[in-house]
Design a protein around this ligand. Structure first.
Ligand SMILES: Nc1ncnc2c1ncn2[C@@H]1O[C@H](COP(=O)(O)OP(=O)(O)OP(=O)(O)O)[C@@H](O)[C@H]1O
Ligand SMILES: [Mg+2]
Length: 343
């Protein structure tokens, strides 16, 4: 059995619909209308021990909901999941001590206390033996270079510093599984890089299993071999990062260098001209048309140099997200289901 096993997991939220107008408000006191939001719509996933998996998808795709289910913060509508053999939403203490959840958008430390105090509380809650606690804390604090900040109230720390404290707190009990929900959100490039470096080092050293969500492709490229793409509560792709480009990119970029200038309109027949720096040009063209275009170019123009490249990963992901959303709109798939439920 895999370390994380998810089978046909479904989570729907019932959202109260407030109607406008006095009459509707009064009526709402007795007869509430709810809309069902199907956040996760039947996910199957297996993750092996020691994997570092990226969980990608557009806003509202169901990533956070899935991580909350796996952390036992919420229970599913149907389906099953086990992590290290435990069912998360049973909230057994034995499971609680073996995983951690870090959410970049949420502060989990006590705002007015220095981080060190929060760490001590964690020690009590997780019953970490004093020697282990000291050794683990020292290691994390040195790796993340936060020793001088330990005595400062958390509310006074910068976002990047706070994130480092959050990570330290989460790792104090040496969890074997870590769920990271946008740990680098809002951080500058340097801080992002620091967190990436730390996670890479720590994961390789401890061989822990990590599920990471992020909207920054740099995080994903730096850390994860395996990528799971989720949209509208369903898994659309599960495989390697390079496979994402192969599967979803309908375009390639061709860079050509001519000995002399070539009129722009001659190039525009092939695709979108992205950049012209005479006598060089970059053209974005449909993948299926690449061979014909190359043959055409070579037979019609003298050419000094030519290169075929993939679109940057960010562009491919954006293209893919747009495609998925368009498709589901066309299916009428996202139609809210309004059902009147009396309570
Ligand atoms: N507590 C809740 N009550 C009602 N609806 C919710 C709740 N939490 C999430 N949703 C809805 O479920 C869907 C999935 O949300 P989720 O937070 O899992 O998305 P996400 O993939 O994490 O998106 P993002 O990239 O923006 O963080 C959204 O449509 C959201 O509005
Ligand atoms: Mg989210």
């Amino acid at each position: 059995m895999a370390l994380i096993e998810i089978k046909d997991l479904v989570k729907s939220y019932r959202v109260y619909q407030k109607k406008e107008g006095l009459w509707s408000s009064l009526r709402g006191l007795f007869h509430r209308e709810y809309r069902e939001v199907r956040a996760v719509r039947g996910i199957d996933l297996q993750v092996e021990q020691g994997e570092f998996v990226a969980f990608l998808g557009p806003n509202g795709a169901g990533k956070t909901t899935t991580l909350k289910l796996l952390s036992g913060v919420i229970s599913p509508t149907s389906g099953t999941a086990t992590v290290m053999g435990a069912t998360p939403w049973k909230r057994e203490n034995a499971y609680r001590r073996r995983f951690a959840l870090v959410m970049g958008q949420k502060n989990q430390l006590w705002w007015d206390l220095p981080a060190q105090e929060s760490f001590r509380l964690h020690q009590q809650i997780y019953r970490i033996p004093p020697d282990d606690f000291k050794a683990t804390m020292d290691e994390l604090v040195d790796l993340l270079e936060i020793r001088r900040l330990l005595k400062q109230p958390v509310r006074e720390l910068s976002l990047g510093e706070r994130m480092k404290m959050e990570l330290t707190a989460a790792l104090l009990h040496s969890p074997e599984v870590l769920f990271l929900d946008e740990p680098t959100i809002g951080l500058d490039v340097v801080a992002q890089h620091n967190i990436q470096r730390f996670l890479k080092y720590y994961q390789e050293k401890r061989k822990i299993t990590i599920l990471l969500t992020s909207h920054y492709m740099k995080d994903v490229a730096a850390l994860c071999k395996r990528v799971v793409i989720i949209a509208n509560g369903q898994i659309k792709y599960d495989g390697s990062l390079s496979g994402v480009i192969d599967k979803f990119s309908g375009y390639k970029i061709i860079s050509v260098q001519f000995p002399d200038n070539v009129p722009l309109e001659n190039l525009e027949q092939y695709g979108e001209v992205l950049e012209v720096q005479p006598p060089k040009a970059k053209i974005r063209i449909e993948r299926s048309k690449v061979p014909k275009m190359l043959a055409d170019l070579l037979s019609n123009y003298p050419i000094e140099d030519v290169a075929v490249e993939d679109l940057p990963l960010e562009d491919v992901i954006a293209e893919m997200f747009a495609l998925v959303n368009r498709r589901e709109d066309a299916d009428g798939y996202e139609e809210p289901q309004v059902g009147a439920i009396s309570d």
